[in-house]
Design a protein around this ligand. Structure first.
Ligand SMILES: Nc1ncnc2c1ncn2[C@@H]1O[C@H](COP(=O)(O)OP(=O)(O)OP(=O)(O)O)[C@@H](O)[C@H]1O
Ligand SMILES: [Mg+2]
Length: 591
């Protein structure tokens, strides 16, 4: 069932397992809230008793006693309200943070295909605002709703008990109010989901504009970004206005209608007094009761709205949680095999979206310690081959094996220790250089760290103001593209993996630096099996062997010299020579 279709209670049941530890305190807080409400309702009863007693000449001592009882009830109510707050805040905030951590860890386990479906802004608004909204409702909204509902039901019962005629008048008069607010509630629910989705889109617009600020500036498109933002902000505003309209209807239903009801109650009450069926104290108690119920009635409509928003928030949260985690650990994982990192692609087929085949029957062996360069036209699926080794994606047929073991039979944790990847687009975090480079090897010593930096030709770190402790801005924006690539390369090297996948991580370097880095990689990482996806001859020439990917298959392998002499496809890819088979890429393999 999709979360939107699920009832609120069903959604709540879904988060129950995570809320188990806070339920006892939640229950206690709820009980305190209900007791406080009941004490509040007892006050009109005491008033009724005092007034009737005084009118019938009960004496000064009994009057004082009555006043003391009312005061005691008031103090009791206040104490219980404080207790409720104190018991609920702790567990509520703990649950909020638990849910956030849960979602965050789930997000990092989701397959890349699911990540592609949500914008950063949506993920952000769901992890932050939606979780907070749900927590607020759980702590305050839920107890308030219960208390108010109980206050109203108990109030009606008391009125019926004091005088059933007035009780009936009150009940019958409430029917239109209920009908009106029920209808408004349904409309509000729809608008509420829309508003929360639009708020997520708005956050996405900000996120993308900030992310792409350089591009926007470069093309003078800041104005367009602003227009897009204004439009989305306007759409959100219109939805919020619609919500306010429905909220007004709900408020009118629960405050306006009962006010009209008061006149009817007064009329009927005076009649009941004249016939002797009701005392003056009784009428006073009924009016005090309606006053006591007035607040809860008004708040109840507000809380309906808040509950709707909490349901939407919870559904948006659960929608993400309902996505199945990506690649799971095998039920019976194989131990990490001994070996020096032989990688075998055995008739591997692959498609990103499950329909358009990108790779078909790829056979490729990278011998232990070998550096194999993979060349192919842009979009031919080189990155796909690189990402199949650490199992970022799943092959649709065939198998990828490391030292004889299918990567699907290894624990993800073990696999990630065997294979390290450096991407063309380096991702750095706003943290120190050290934290960024030691991401995959937190226990590395400074000596090892410097060695990795040196191999990656990233000695520029020495010149940074605080060396290894220099904080690099968000996504390493304070560094040049080539500097970022080299840090990301050092990060992969530092893991000392058995298999290193280098997905064009030197593309931003000049030819000389690239050749120097490649040379160092070859000599210093002689024992590491390396798949080097590279476009430039200077890097390719340094590899032990080269494999050519074309039309979804490996069409040739050999040394650079062999291929340059014998493969027209190879020549056309690396030298740009015209060749019929290598015209801009038929990446989709025909059937
Ligand atoms: N996440 C994805 N979902 C769907 N299709 C994708 C995805 N990533 C890439 N593709 C498509 O798959 C094809 C191969 O992409 P891939 O990144 O493997 O090529 P590549 O050989 O590495 O290209 P380049 O040299 O430009 O880096 C491209 O046509 C691309 O549009
Ligand atoms: Mg690529």
């Amino acid at each position: 069932m999709t979360p939107a279709r699920r009832s609120f209670t069903a959604s709540l049941r879904r988060v129950l397992p995570y809320a188990r530890s806070v339920i006892p305190r939640l229950g206690f807080g709820l009980a305190a809230a209900v007791c406080a409400a009941l004490l509040g309702l007892a006050i009109p009863q005491a008033l009724r008793w005092i007034v009737n007693d005084t009118l019938t000449g009960g004496g000064e001592r009994r009057l004082w006693l009555g006043v003391a009882v009312v005061a005691a009830l008031g103090i009791g109510e206040a104490a219980l309200i404080v207790t409720r707050r104190r018991t609920l805040v702790g567990p509520g905030t703990r649950l909020e943070s638990d849910l956030r951590v849960l979602l965050f860890s789930h997000l990092s386990d989701l397959p890349l295909s699911v990540h592609g479906r949500y914008s950063g802004g949506q993920l952000l608004s769901r992890t932050i605002s939606d979780v907070r909204r749900f927590r607020r409702w759980l702590i305050f909204g839920l107890s308030q709703t219960c208390v108010n509902a109980i206050t109203i039901v108990a109030g009606v019962v008391l009125i019926l008990w004091i005088d059933w005629v007035l009780g009936l008048v009150y009940l019958v008069g409430s029917v239109p109010a209920l009908a009106l607010s029920f209808r408004a509630r349904g409309r509000y629910a729809v608008l509420s989901r829309r508003a929360q989705d639009q708020a997520g889109d708005l956050a996405a617009t900000v996120e993308e504009a900030v992310h792409g600020i350089r591009v926007l500036k470069a093309f003078g498109r800041e104005r367009d970004a602003l227009d897009g933002f204004t439009e989305r902000a306007g759409a959100l505003r219109r939805t919020e206005l619609g919500k306010a309209g429905q909220r007004a209807v709900m408020t009118f239903a629960v405050t306006g209608v009962p006010d009209i009801l008061l006149a009817a109650l007064l009329f009927a009450g005076l009649h009941e007094i004249s016939t002797g069926d009701l005392t003056v104290g009784g009428l006073l108690a009924i009016f005090t009761l309606t006053a006591v119920m007035g607040g809860p009635l008004e708040r109840l409509s507000e809380q309906f709205a808040v509950s709707m928003e909490a349901k939407t928030a919870l559904d948006r949260f659960l929608e993400l949680l309902d996505h199945r985690r990506g690649i799971a650990d095998p039920a019976q994982p194989r131990p990490v095999p001994d070996g020096r990192g032989q990688v075998v692609f055995d008739r591997v087929s692959f498609s990103y979206d499950g329909t358009q085949p990108l790779l078909r029957d790829v056979d490729l062996v990278i011998e232990p310690g070998e550096t194999l360069a993979l060349v192919g036209l842009t979009g031919s699926g080189k990155s796909a081959i690189g990402q199949l080794i650490p199992r970022f994606w799943e092959a649709s047929a065939g198998a990828v094996r490391i030292d004889g073991v299918d990567v699907r039979e290894l624990r993800r944790h073990d696999l990630r220790r065997l294979v390290a990847v450096a991407f063309e687009e380096p991702v750095l975090f706003s943290a120190s250089v050290r934290a960024n480079v030691t991401l995959g090897a937190p226990e590395a010593t400074d000596e090892e760290l410097w060695e990795a930096l040196e191999i990656a030709h990233a000695d520029f770190v020495r010149e940074l103001p605080d060396g290894l402790d220099t904080r690099i801005g968000e996504e390493g924006m304070s560094l040049s593209g080539g500097q970022r690539q080299r840090l990301s390369l050092a990060r992969a090297i530092l893991c000392r993996p058995r298999v290193l996948v280098l997905d064009d991580p030197l593309s931003a370097l000049d030819v000389h630096t690239e050749a120097a880095v490649s040379r160092r990689l070859r000599t210093r990482l002689a024992g590491t099996t390396t798949l080097l996806i590279a476009g430039r001859l200077s890097s390719i020439a340094l590899a032990d062997r080269v494999a050519v990917l074309h039309g979804g298959r490996i069409v040739a392998t050999g040394t650079h010299d062999d291929l340059a002499a014998g493969s027209a496809v190879y020549r056309s890819i690396v030298y740009g020579e015209p060749h019929a088979a290598a015209r801009p890429a038929p990446t989709v393999v025909g059937t």
